[in-house]
Design a protein around this ligand. Sequence first.
Ligand SMILES: NC(=O)c1ccc[n+]([C@@H]2O[C@H](COP(=O)([O-])OP(=O)(O)OC[C@H]3O[C@@H](n4cnc5c(N)ncnc54)[C@H](O)[C@@H]3O)[C@@H](O)[C@H]2O)c1
Length: 452
Amino acid sequence: MKVGIIGCGYVFDKYMPTWGNHPELVIAGVSDIDPKRVDAVTRHYGLKAYTDNAALLADPEIDIVANFTPIRTHYEVSKAALEAGKHVYSEKPLVTRMDQARELIDLAESRGLRVSCAPSNVLGATSQTMWKAMLDGAIGRARMVYAEFDADPCYMLGEVSTCQPEPGCSFPYLDENSTRSVTGAFFPFVKEFEMGCTYEHVAYHLSWMCAMFGPVKTVTAFSKVVMPDKTDAPLDPADTPDFSVAVMDFHSGVAGRVTCSINGANDLRMRIIGDRGILTTETYGDYKCPVYLDLFSKLSVKTKHLKVVRNSPMLQWVFGVAPRELPLVPAQANGSRRAGRVSWWDVRGRLAQIKQAELNRQDKCVGIGDLAAAISSGRPHYPSHDFTLHMTELTLAIQAAGTRSQTHVLETTFHPVELPEWTRQAARNYREYLKPLWRTRLTERALDALKG
Ligand SMILES: NC(=O)c1ccc[n+]([C@@H]2O[C@H](COP(=O)([O-])OP(=O)(O)OC[C@H]3O[C@@H](n4cnc5c(N)ncnc54)[C@H](O)[C@@H]3O)[C@@H](O)[C@H]2O)c1
């Protein structure tokens, strides 16, 4: 299936390392309003350049348009693509207004087209494992879900205030020392600050929470600018929140909390808490990140009450109360492409290889792959239109919450998302992990004997 990509900036280079995992996806060509970016990516990846978006959209060979432009232009670019008869895969969030979101979905449906939206991390092995383990009852019944997106202090990485905007440059206020992608795109600090960490990040967590626990009934959120001095570059708007916390009441009865910030706590955990235990993983961003099951028992409650046990993985192992690593499901999206060979003395090459290997662990292309497969077979794609509308409503509500904590009652809902068939087929039954380990039983007996 042929894909035309509009927008060749920083995120473009994050998609490219795993594009090859999806041989069914052929890049027809690219366009960007910045000719320097088109030149950089076409030379680096050997891709075809279209003179502009209109030329790309006029190509009858293209089935799907991937919209990798900044959030501000998502609406106009996606709308033009739908009007040209193309299916759309958009970077998140779909748009920044609900009326525009509804308009795009209505437009697509009226023309028999599909809209899909990043992120796709729920299709990765880590999220699929947590989901399957939760459905299998490995933690009993799920009661709460916590997610953190306390990102790196990214404002440290760019000299965002030391140079003046170049005429015609789409990356103002960045100098040569700023972080760049492999083809030289600057990390767009200014745009990220203007859009805010909630627009930029919350969907990574909201999407797996909603896929697993269904639609949200109400969200009570708080959002605020806690670092007004993160840059001295003029921001438009200047008051976009850089911190948000949202508490959600899911129709399924589960309560959830998600936090976003850029203040360097570097905490990206996902946790599902049930009445028998907790499922944890370290990050949304590594599709093969290990998943741990921490079971509750009388012994675990008593021993973990002690600091000496809490701080010692060895003692936890001895007592049989350590979290157990679950074997990951062999999920569709595993980012398995290897970086090319590099000689041992090539330090730069080695560093690039390490970076490439890290990028490979987040197969960003899996959502486009799923869209293409769904179009070919006629099956529904993930995420569905109603799911995307729900994500958009939640994201906008959290960003707009402010400091007075009002409760937003969701207007949108979606049909429950099914755990994909390949995971059902390929994964084991994680309920078997509810059985206590021999070490746990032994310690319990020893303690009982001591008491007796
Ligand atoms: N930067 C990241 O690490 C990252 C990660 C995940 C998702 N995203 C998302 O990806 C999207 C793009 O972000 P980015 O970081 O690549 O931004 P960017 O500014 O680096 O790149 C955007 C590119 O789109 C081009 N562009 C702007 N308007 C256009 C238009 N109307 N037509 C054609 N091209 C146009 C720009 O010239 C630029 O090259 C955003 O939605 C962002 O939220 C970014």
